[in-house]
Design a binder for this molecule. Sequence first.
Ligand code: E4P
Length: 224
Amino acid sequence: MLYLLDTADLDAIRHCNEFYPLAGVTTNPSILARSGGDFWQTLLAIREIIGAEKALHVQTRGVTAQQMVQEGLLLKEKLGGEFYLKIPVCEEGLKATMELKKLGIGVTVTAVFTPAQALMAAKAGADFVAPYVNRLDSIGADGAQVVADIVEEFAVHGLPTKVLAASFKNVQQVHNCALTGCQSVTVTADILKALISHPMTDKAMAGFDADWSAAFGDKTILEL
Ligand code: E4P
């Protein structure tokens, strides 16, 4: 399972990159608009924080396949490293995906809501498809089931495309997706932190601390 961070908040990226086994960062136009900074400065700063080996997914704003391909080439040239152009699933997007794959540029087909969309994206050569779990759950559909169906579909057809489950609002949704065998998830910093939080863990740690202090004061093992 790869954990990616779905944000352009540099402080959050710095923190999570230091303390969690992060595989990369994903952004989209809404996330970058919310962050409010300069487009290139923000993306270059993210690359500097995560380094060249971790994945950076940036969404195209192109409407035609040609624009998407041009944006993909420019973004790859400027951001370097492990880079994926996010392309919404649509006809122009599929054409761009096929062309970008010939040019050796990574592609994540995004805004995926059905296994049929995912299969077409995979056949076009997408490296990842990103189904939106919470957006499905919030219209009464079953986001994790859609992810499970996509995972199975790719396995049945022997396709190398990976599933990057996205759009999460709680830990349970991430857990449900992890059980499907999906290869990766992208989550906010709050959800990443919530994934390791438990009041019983806090209580256990406080108990160990109190017992140790009673016996050894504030000395660490290194000081004994
Ligand atoms: C990632 O690829 C998506 O853009 C993102 O997870 C969407 O999340 P949202 O539904 O919270 O906007």
